[in-house]
Design a binder for this molecule. Structure first.
Ligand code: HAS
Length: 617
């Protein structure tokens, strides 16, 4: 029973025409948008270096460009890719077709959503960055567009569930292919995590931007955003992990060291990805430090599956290196196909892993409360997240997009030498970029700031010449990254528009495992999802309770470019009676406490009556 499945895996299968078209559109649209996304990245480093000293460049305003950069690269590109990859992988690994009508419906929802959001961003009516923190207000179509895109991705996931369940019924007692476990874990995390942000968008931000409500609870909105915002990063990371576990070992000529370690890792991500969001809010008021500590503990727990991955994948690579003839302790590293142009996909995964070592270390720094207070809201943070989402994630998605286009169309990859050097050039640029950002961050350089107009402008009273070396290093890195991705575009579009020379196939290079063996506890998602829900409830109920209790006022809307609120009726937001009562109460309490302390110190007793009288006076 086992052998034929393995053989079919190796040979690949004829690709369904509709699946092929769907996949090509899902990969083509975000790659075209990515041209604008990376151009905005380049402009960012030029603004920040002070080489552009203006509020806009090429007709794109600074915060408009930063929003486009974050939304296109981190939300649109990643979500479209994950859906395309999941559709094809579930079909291939289970050898069962998905319902294509539903898959196309999911595609159209996502496309309409992107068109709405793009309209709002391109017309400058949604320069609120990818975190869309209120009270900065965007055009309603921005929120509606994001909501539609998310619903589209849900529909894609729901479409795989009946296929998976049917496969289980037809294959009782067989292990679900690891690739399917991985992509399901990705979308289970996504499904749970997008619920709070859907609540934020549909019940708070959308009605507010439509003018149906006047004000918004900023703290609650931020908390709901980060409830989603941290698991979002694992939604980005896990498809890359699917490639590391199920494809990289085979591509390098070896086997996955441990199949059950892979399963455990994906289940641990389901459990720990979500109850951690408050580590983005260590500096926010209103949330008790005990709950911040709890989220910090879970944050260290969510690093665990990545540490297991580091050892498991390193062992798999060592196995491959030794099979390729390596000797000595580290000889296996040299025997990996780093520069083999026929295996051009390997560096997209290997280089991503090397970058992630540094992304992981900086993540641990962020997670440590007292260190976080030093780096929060400085340029250290973009330094960290480019080593993660723009490292392993971006490279794996670029590589796999090219691979899928080539296989599913039967068009061999063009300019393979170019395709092979992209990850190396990207890595060099990224390391230089992140070094500049992180070092500058340690010296207080802020993130999300047009430095060219302020701190890096010699004519400005805020001028900080000591940051100059860091922004220049950052800009050099950014230019190299931009060059690398241009080379990628040349390869991708040349391949895309070349003519087919081979049979179009649905095929992924799925690896065999060195250590297999059934582990019953890892055979089913249910217990892991249940533990995840329990941890989410335990960790988030107190946080939301604290936020609601400590939020005494809501905020009027603001245009991101104007410090004055858009609605001027001050009395609606500023309740003077409330203010006075509050202060009187606080004064009373403070005086009582002081009196009690004085009394303790002088050994006498104080009555509350005295205190009230004093405060009255
Ligand atoms: Fe993070 C902020 C903590 C991982 C993305 N993170 C961000 C933001 C983003 C982001 C986008 O605790 C900014 C959000 C914003 O706009 O404000 N992060 C962590 C921790 C981890 C982590 C503990 N982050 C990621 C990943 C991301 C990502 C993954 C995207 C994909 N992050 C934080 C915190 C903040 C934060 C705080 C808030 C900061 C603030 O104050 O604003 C961990 O998951 C990291 C664990 C990783 C490891 C590394 C394992 C290494 C591996 C490679 C092995 C190499 C091999 C190769 C095998 C432990 C697997 C060997 C081969 C040879 C040949 C040598």
């Amino acid at each position: 029973m086992e052998q034929p499945v393995k053989q079919r895996r190796r040979w690949g299968m004829k690709v369904d025409k509709s699946l092929k078209n769907l996949t090509l559109w899902l990969l083509f649209i975000p790659t075209v948008l990515l041209i604008l996304g990376v151009l905005d990245g380049l402009l960012q480093v030029l603004f920040r270096a002070g080489w552009i000293q203006n509020t806009e460049a090429l007709g794109i305003e600074y915060y408009q460009g930063l929003t486009l950069h974050g939304v296109i690269n981190a939300i649109v590109f990643t979500t479209f890719f994950a859906v395309a990859f999941g559709n094809a992988l579930v079909w291939y690994a289970l050898k069962k077709p998905i319902n294509l009508k539903v898959a196309w419906l999911s595609f159209w929802l996502m496309v309409i959503g992107v068109v709405f959001a793009a309209y709002a961003m391109l017309t400058g009516q949604a320069s609120v960055l990818y975190t869309f923190y209120p009270p900065m207000k965007a055009h309603p179509l921005f929120y509606l567009g994001l909501a539609l895109a998310v619903v589209g991705s849900w529909v894609a996931f729901w479409n795989w569930i009946p296929v998976y369940l049917q496969w289980r019924r037809e294959n009782p007692g067989q292990k679900t292919p690891l690739a399917v476990v991985g992509i399901f874990a990705t979308f289970i995390v996504w499904q749970i995590a997008t619920i709070p942000v859907a609540v934020e968008v549909l019940f708070m931000l959308f009605p507010w931007s439509m003018g149906w409500t006047d004000s918004v609870n900023v703290m609650l909105a931020r908390t709901l955003f980060w409830f989603f915002g941290h698991p979002l990063v694992y939604f980005w990371l896990l498809p890359a992990y699917v490639m590391y576990y199920t494809m990289l070992p085979k591509l390098t000529g070896g086997k996955l060291y441990s199949d059950w370690a892979g399963r455990l890792v994906f289940m641990l991500f389901i459990v720990f990805s979500i109850p951690v969001g408050t580590h983005h809010q260590y500096a926010d008021p209103g949330i008790g430090s005990e709950w911040k500590f709890l989220h910090a503990v879970f944050t260290f727990a969510v690093a665990l599956p990545s540490l297991i991955t580091a050892f498991t994948i390193a062992a798999s690579l060592e196995y491959a290196g030794r099979k390729n003839g390596a000797t000595g302790t580290f000889g296996w590293m040299a025997k990996l196909p780093w520069f083999d142009t026929n295996r051009w996909l390997v560096p997209y995964l290997l280089i991503g892993l090397i970058i992630f070592i540094f992304g992981g270390i900086s993540g641990i720094v962020n997670a440590s409360y007292n260190l976080n207070l030093l780096v929060h809201n400085t340029s250290w943070i973009p330094g960290h997240f480019h080593l993660t989402v723009a490292g392993p994630v971006f490279l794996a998605f670029l590589g796999m997009s090219l691979y899928m286009v080539s296989k599913m169309t039967g068009k061999p990859v063009q300019l393979k030498g170019f395709a092979t050097i992209v990850p190396y050039l990207w890595m060099i640029g990224l390391f230089i970029f992140s070094a500049g950002m992180m070092r500058g961050g340690l010296h207080g350089e802020p993130r999300r700031t047009n430095l060219g107009l302020t701190y890096l402008n010699p004519d400005s009273p805020f001028y900080r010449p000591e940051w100059e070396p860091y922004v220049i290093i950052t800009a050099i890195g950014g230019i190299l990254m931009f060059t690398a991705v241009i080379i990628y575009f040349i390869t991708f579009f040349t391949t895309f528009f070349s003519s087919a020379k081979e049979e179009a196939k649905l095929e992924f290079p799925l690896s065999e495992a060195y250590h297999e063996g059934p582990v019953k506890a890892l055979a089913n998602f249910k217990p892991w999802v249940t533990i995840a829900v329990v941890l989410i409830v335990l960790s988030y109920i107190p946080v939301i309770y604290d936020v609601l209790r400590s939020t005494t006022r809501t905020s009027p809307p603001y245009d991101p470019h104007n410090p004055a609120p858009l609605v001027q009726e001050e009395e609606e937001y500023y309740d003077e009676d409330f203010e006075e009562e509050e202060f009187e109460d606080e004064e009373d309490e403070a005086t009582e406490e002081n009196e009690a302390t004085d009394a303790e110190e002088s050994g006498t007793e104080s009555s509350s009556g005295d205190t009230q009288q004093d405060s009255g006076e």
